[in-house]
Design a binder for this molecule. Structure first.
Ligand SMILES: NC(=O)c1ccc[n+]([C@@H]2O[C@H](COP(=O)([O-])OP(=O)(O)OC[C@H]3O[C@@H](n4cnc5c(N)ncnc54)[C@H](OP(=O)(O)O)[C@@H]3O)[C@@H](O)[C@H]2O)c1
Length: 341
């Protein structure tokens, strides 16, 4: 049987998660038992929410415990199957953590079929996977977009932000991105065809936003929080909506409970916009609809995406630290297996 390399939470981080927060170990994978399958992982997704799970605070899910496998979604191939649901060779997505081989019950709710007609194995962790669905539902169900409105989204070159802006364009909105650095901004404007993209690292964001949004802002899709939200807030129109997807600028805070969150910033405004935190799981029963639609937009060229590849579980902690400070350019993935078959 193959050896499973896996990454465990060794210590809760204070601030940025250093190498001491992770243990990498190798264990033998057992033979799959009754109704179980063996998965070879090809791609692991690194996502900002993982940082919150490392803290000892309850959010919408329980935190990781010390010694747990780091949480995460991966895609791979079914190598052995004792389940009627799965055939050898099936492509599969599994929310079962940072590991290279997985033995699991074939009926486990954390498994999803991957249909390569909708996109590649890696794309099922990005544009047609969880981040794409987050953009699809968060924008449409919480943002309630209408053609002609102005939308602003930060982390605009990233997995969620790039899809939010392009879907908004498909729906007929004026779309302004915010991203870190000239190269990311060029990509967002020229390749993703946003109407504008502003570099928040080069200063004067409030003035640049006022110029880029002459009719104010109707939807601010919140990905980052902090100074970016403080610059956006005064420009929100009466009737504006703010889907709060995340606020990554605070994730490495030593004590996130002391942060000025987007809720604090928005609730101080004279006219408080409609806003709420949402989790993509709210629309779990509609995942297939989203995956198919996102896949069609990718195929017809209206939804472009960029992937940022790292190599191997040994490098996953460093890649994860990079994601939390914008080193990634596009969806951050880790290649686990050399070949997909
Ligand atoms: N609610 C949900 O269900 C759900 C699901 C998925 C994701 N999310 C949230 O969506 C957001 C984006 O996630 P993603 O997976 O698409 O990540 P991503 O955008 O692919 O990567 C993270 C990006 O955040 C930006 N960033 C990092 N530190 C920052 C800082 N201090 N200030 C401003 N920007 C910073 C960086 O872009 P720049 O270099 O451009 O700054 C970085 O590339 C996160 O807040 C995440 O937690 C929520």
């Amino acid at each position: 049987m193959p050896i499973n390399k896996r990454v465990l939470l060794a210590k809760r981080p204070v601030g940025e998660p250093g190498d001491e927060c992770f243990t990498i170990e190798e264990v033998e994978v057992g033979e799959p038992g009754d109704n179980e399958i063996l998965i070879k992982v090809c791609w692991l997704s690194l996502d900002p929410y993982m940082r919150g799970r490392m803290n000892d605070t309850k959010s919408y899910v329980e935190p990781l415990q010390i010694g747990d496998v780091m949480t995460g979604e991966s895609t791979g191939i079914v190598m052995q199957s004792n389940s009627n649901k799965w055939q050898v060779g099936d492509r599969i997505a599994a929310h079962l953590g940072w590991q290279s081989y997985i033995v699991v019950d074939g009926d486990d709710a954390r498994l999803m079929k991957v249909d390569l007609n909708n996109g590649s194995l890696s794309a099922h962790l990005g544009v047609v996977g969880m981040p794409g669905r987050t953009a699809y539902f968060g924008l449409q169900e919480v943002g309630k977009p209408e053609a002609g409105e102005t939308l602003v989204v930060a982390a605009a070159s990233g997995a969620v932000g790039s899809a939010v802006g392009q879907i908004a364009k498909i729906l007929g909105l004026r779309t302004v991105g915010i991203a870190g650095g000239a190269e990311k901004c060029r990509y967002v404007k020229e390749e993703l065809q946003f109407d504008d993209c502003l570099d928040y690292k080069s200063g004067n964001l409030a003035e640049k936003l006022a110029t880029a949004c002459p009719d104010g802002i109707d939807i601010y899709f919140e990905n980052v929080g902090g100074d970016v939200t403080r610059a956006v807030a005064p420009l929100l129109n009466t009737g504006a909506r703010v889907p709060i997807c995340g606020y990554i600028s605070n994730y490495n805070d030593e004590d996130i409970s002391k942060a000025e969150t987007p809720f604090h910033i928005l609730e101080k405004l004279e006219t408080v916009p409609e806003h709420r935190f949402f989790v993509v799981y709210e629309w779990q029963d509609r995942y297939e609809e989203a995956t198919i639609q996102l896949g069609e937009w990718v195929k017809d060229g209206r939804l472009k995406y960029r992937e940022c590849f790292g190599e191997g579980l040994d490098n996953a902690p460093e890649l994860f630290r990079g994601l939390l400070k914008g080193k990634n350019f596009g969806k951050q993935l880790v290649r686990i297996a050399d070949k997909e078959a």
